[in-house]
Design a protein around this ligand. Structure first.
Ligand code: 3AM
Length: 171
């Protein structure tokens, strides 16, 4: 199964991100990520056998994560897949360090694929027709987080869907 580690937005922030996705969609077109799928990916693990997924769920359920607050304040785009996102102008140090420490643990469990660069972002649109985000009002968001989720990604008939398999403990 395809797995990734992510932060899931609290409900009010999810709604706010959904509003931003609407604005971006009106401006850039493409496919809007549905509210229930909005997230911040910390690590994409790829295809993982079921037995290892169970071991990873156990690991996540016992993995303390320092709480923090992320402030997305910028729009951005990844040209090739036509992704429009919100993120931060400068890499957030706490998130970069969380991502590095999670990858450290993942590699000890035999997972590969650590990216050379981590750009914390929330994908709002895929296959956007315009990637020009300069006309959009900069976001002003606060994302308090305390937990990392291990999420399974699968495609039903029409689109990607996500299922949370495990969450880190609330300490
Ligand atoms: O957080 P975003 O939406 O940018 O694009 C996929 C999504 O990222 C990414 O993993 C997240 C959860 O699905 N993803 C999918 N396939 C990938 C791959 N082969 C990938 N990231 C890296 N390599």
């Amino acid at each position: 199964m395809r797995l990734f580690l992510a932060l899931m937005p609290p409900p009010a922030l999810r709604r706010r991100l959904g509003e931003l996705a609407e604005w971006a969609h009106a401006h850039c077109g493409g496919r809007r990520v549905p509210d229930e799928s909005l997230h911040l990916t910390l690590a994409f693990l790829g295809e993982i056998p079921e037995a290892q997924a169970e071991a990873l769920s156990t690991w996540v359920a016992g993995r303390d994560v320092p709480e923090g607050e992320w402030r997305p304040d910028a729009w951005g785009a990844f040209r090739r897949p036509g992704i429009v996102w919100v993120g931060s102008q400068t890499p957030d140090r706490a998130l970069v360090s969380l991502q590095a420490s999670l990858w450290h643990d993942l590699e000890r469990q035999g997972i590969t694929g650590r990216p050379s660069r981590f750009i914390p972002h929330v994908t709002l649109l895929r296959r956007a027709r315009r990637l020009e985000t300069a006309g959009l009002t900069p976001p002003d968001l606060v994302w308090p987080y305390r937990q990392v989720a291990l999420v399974r990604s699968f495609t039903d008939q029409y689109r990607a869907r996500y299922q949370t398999l495990a969450r880190s403990p609330l300490t």
